[in-house]
Each structure stands twice: as C-alpha cells, then as structure tokens.
Design a protein around this ligand. Structure first.
Ligand code: KIV
Ligand code: ZN
Length: 522
C-alpha cells in the first residue's frame, strides 16, 4: 500500500488544481489578486497541496505562482512543467520561494500522445528519466504524471512509472486526462501499480480525474480504495470540458461515508461554501442549482413532505448539515438601519472576514443597496461581495455614469461615461433596446473585436426590487472571458458585467502575447 508524507494509511492528501487545471477552462481567466485570494483561502482551509499555475505559460502565470509561493503558510506550493529542462527551471524559479515547494512535471504517454513530441517508447523513457532527475536535483519534492495514463498500454505505463520513481519522483500521479476510466478500472489500475512496480511503496500515488462521463468523483474515490493517497481536484469541479473531480464532493463523501471509506482529509469543511462562491465569482462560472454539496438547491426542500420531515428531524432527508459546509441556517434580513457592526457580523457568518478598510467600502455599497431595496438578504450580500471582488480599482476600464432612454418608442439610447486608463470619456449611442444601446456605447468608447457569446440575467432574490445578476461571455481570437455583476438596475448590471469581461479579455491578451506557445494540457 502507498505511503504518504504522514505515513498514516488513512490520510488522503488533497491537491487543489483550481488555479492551474481549473483556470485552463475557456473563459475562467483570473486576475493576479484573485489567484492570491483563492490560494490564501485554500491554504487556510487545510488543502495539502496547491497547484498554483504553469510558470512557463506566461509572465502572469509565473508571477502568480511565485507570489503564492511567497505567501503560503502551510500548504505545499506546486507548479506545472512540461518534460524539458527550460520548463522545469522556470517552474523551480517560481516555487522555490515556498516553505514547501513542489515541481510537477508531466508528459503524455499514451500512443496518441506519444506522437506529439514524436518520440519512440525508448526515447520517451529516456526523456522521463532525464527530466525527473533534473527536477529532483532542484527540489526534493517532485511529482510526475504520465498524461493520458488510463489510455496508456499497461506494460509501458508500468515501465515509465518505475523509471520516474527511480529518477526520484516522490509522488506519481495517474491522470485520467479525457475522463475515460470507470470506478472498477480506476481502483484496479492503482492497486496493480502498487503491487507490481518496484519502489511503489516508497512514494505516494495520486489520482487526477476528469468528468467527461460524469464519473470523476467516483473514479477518484475508487482510486483511493485501490491505494491512492492524493486526490487532485478543483473547487466546484472547475476545469476544461466537463471539469475535474470536485474538491467539495470527495471531501464530503469521505466525511459522510467514513463508515465504508475510512479515510481522512485535513480540509476544514466549513470553508467549502466560501471557497465555492469565491471561485464562481472570479471565474465567472455560475454553480448549477442542483450541483452536489454547493448548489443553491443542495439543501433546499421544496416538497411539503420533505419540508415537514426536515423540520421535525433534519436527518429525515439530509445526510449532512448545511453548517458542515459553512452555510448559515439563518437568513436574517438586513436593512438601511443596520449598522456597521451588524454588517460585519452578518458577513462573517457568511464566511467573509473583512479588514476595517474593506468593511468601510462594503458598508457604503451596502447602504446604497439598502436605500434602493427594502430588505437585504444573504444572497444580496453575497452578490455585493462578489461585485466588490470583480470590480478591482486597477481595472483598465471602469463605469462612471450611465443613463438610458428606453420604452415603446425607438430609438433607445445610452448616455455613458467610462474611465479608461484613468481618463473620463463620454458618448451617447443608440441600439435595439437599452442593453444593446449600452453595449454599443462601450464599443464606441473602447473599440474591440470581441464577440458577445452569452448574455444571461437572473434575479438574486424575489420581488420587483430584487438585484439582477448578469453574466456575459465574450470571445476574441479564440480567447474567452466571462464577466459578472449585480445591481438592482438590470442595465447597470449588464454594463458592469460587459466591462468586467472586457477587462478580463485584456488580461487574457497580455497572458497570451507571443512567446507563450504551449501545447494544451488538461
Ligand atoms: O489531465 C491531465 O492529464 C493533466 C496533467 C497535466 C496532470 O492535467
Ligand atoms: Zn487535468
């Protein structure tokens, strides 16, 4: 059976790759500060290893990994590198600042993936030995992954895993890159590797599953049954295509069904909701209502029979308590007479701990909202916090003023002032409806070639004075960015969401300037 760093056989390490595999999801671009905020929370909540990015991918990625490494407290900070010395050196330059750094290097080992670098089996085996040895000379914590392991021939997989262990890898990760495996096979693969590869009992085996067939969580848990002691996952299951194993699902499954899966993680589950909201906000990927653990309906009981049962005894229809994941069971209404102390207490209950300056700023926004809306619910405050974190003061484009004329008589028009790179710019534009007029006005002030792919509005709470949350997705030269914003005025929320997406596209453009030529990894 595999060992782990604690040499406790029931301890499963949680390796979060939201900032690397999650961020690779088209449109999920995060800013530098957002990445730092997420990493801080992951560290606080007891995630064992944080994969902070792919340092060679861009200057932005490098700086994010380096700065996360500098501020990490307990977690191991890991960076990804392809199987070449330049990638590995760059990765080390970024992670070496951490108290506990790790280099993660990988190469595609399946027949299809071997054709990409055009290496024979023997040549690839040599490359693996050289690159893992190179990484191990720099860092004593090295993870190696045979990408597309679940479609790699068994004899070759066994051979390359043995080579990587001999070259000094301390963790061997077995990725199901295309979400192809199934639970029985997932458990069996790890079990056989541990049984048959010399040296396997000296290292940790990890499982990294994608959700293309909806089996990522089941496959990861099965791999643990087979002897893996590290699960790679992302918050909300964020990731390319159908995403990765969701952290909240594996952590809660191990906790709730500890009777049949007797393994422990070090994650403080009461921070799960906060992490889920933060990742959804900064990535612009809303969490589906019926998503396990963190979906809006995960603890909602609509039918009379269920409501009655839960009121009499919560265990009738609930296998875990909302408090276990940090959901407060109260929904105390706040209003314009609520003071700063009450707001601080309420936000803390929702998982937001604010410093004095941040509270001052949020309090001003809260008062503005309470003036427009009689009752401010938890959902309103969550939307307000999301808005504060997406509209950073250093964004290139900011909304200053908007007035629209709309109604039955065309043309509808928007009178808009934006602050672009610190300078006020004003325009009046027309369109087919107030939102179209507003977007045309933004285009007139900041000409761009991005295409609006998605525009979605949903009400945060009930009532005609409810806030609207608007999500937009834009595409430019194959790059996708999403933006989100909330306001009691739907057109203002639309303008802010559109500008938010544009700002993210600008960040994306910077990230993908020539020089960052990467093959895709999932
Ligand atoms: O899915 C995958 O194979 C990956 C590797 C880079 C570990 O993300
Ligand atoms: Zn992956």
């Amino acid at each position: 059976m595999a060992q782990n760093t604690n040499t406790e056989q029931d301890r499963v390490l949680i390796f979060d790759t939201t900032l690397r595999d999650g961020e690779q999801s088209p449109g999920a671009t995060m800013t530098h500060n957002e990445k730092l905020e997420i990493a801080t929370l992951l560290d606080e909540m007891g995630v064992d290893i944080i994969e902070a990015g792919f340092p060679i991918a861009s200057i932005g990625d490098f700086e994010a990994v380096r700065d996360i490494a500098k501020l990490s407290k307990t977690a191991v900070i890991c960076g990804l590198a392809r199987a070449n010395p330049t990638d590995i050196d760059r990765c080390w330059e970024a992670v070496k600042h951490a108290k506990r750094p790790r280099i993660h290097t990988f190469i595609g080992t399946s027949p299809l993936h071997r054709t990409i670098p055009n290496l024979t089996r023997d040549e690839m085996a040599d490359r693996i030995h050289e690159t893992v040895s190179h990484a191990r000379n720099l860092c004593d914590n090295v993870q190696w992954s045979p990408m597309d392991a679940t479609r790699t021939e068994w004899d070759y997989l066994k051979r390359v895993v043995e080579i990587a262990i001999r070259a000094g890898a301390t963790t061997i990760n077995i990725p199901d890159t295309v979400g192809y495996t199934a639970p029985v096979e997932s458990a069996d693969l790890i079990r056989r590797l541990i049984a048959e590869v010399p040296g396997a009992d000296e290292i940790v085996f990890a499982t990294h599953c994608h959700n293309d067939l909806g089996m990522a969580t089941a496959n990861a848990l099965a791999a643990v049954e087979g002897g893996a002691r590290q699960i790679e996952c992302t918050i909300n299951g964020l990731g390319e295509r159908a995403g990765n194993t969701a952290l909240e699902e594996v952590v809660m499954a191990l906790r709730v069904r500890n009777d049949i899966m007797p393994y422990r993680t070090g994650v403080d589950t009461t921070k799960i909701m906060q992490a889920s909201r933060m990742v959804s906000t900064v990535s612009g990927f809303p969490v589906q209502y019926n998503k396990a653990i963190v979906g809006k309906n995960a603890f909602a009981h609509e039918s009379g029979i269920h409501q009655d049962g839960v009121l009499k005894n919560a265990e009738t229809f609930e296998i875990m308590k909302p408090e276990d994941i940090g959901l407060s069971d109260t929904n105390l209404v706040m209003g314009k007479h609520s003071g700063r102390a009450a707001l601080r207490a309420k936000l803390s209950e929702l998982g937001y701990e604010l410093g004095d300056n941040q509270l001052k700023d949020v309090f001003v926004r809260f008062k503005e909202l309470a003036d427009r809306k009689k009752e401010v619910y938890d959902e309103d405050l969550i939307a307000l916090m999301a808005d504060s974190s997406t509209t950073a003061a250093n964004e290139r484009i900011q909304l200053k003023f908007l007035r629209v004329i709309c109604g039955t008589e065309a043309p509808q028009s928007a009178d808009l002032t934006l602050v672009i790179d610190g300078k006020d710019q004003q325009v009046t534009a027309q369109g087919d409806g107030p939102v179209d007029a507003t977007f045309n006005a933004v285009q007139a002030l900041y000409p761009h070639g991005a295409r609006l792919e998605l525009y979605q509005v949903h009400a945060v709470t009930g009532g005609t004075d409810a806030q609207a949350t608007v999500s937009v997705r834009m595409e430019e030269d194959g790059h996708i960015a999403t933006g989100q914003s909330s306001d009691t005025d739907t057109v203002v929320a639309s303008a802010k969401a559109y500008i938010n997406a544009l700002n993210r596209l600008i960040v994306r453009r910077e990230k993908t300037k020539p020089g960052a030529d990467l093959q895709s990894v999932s």
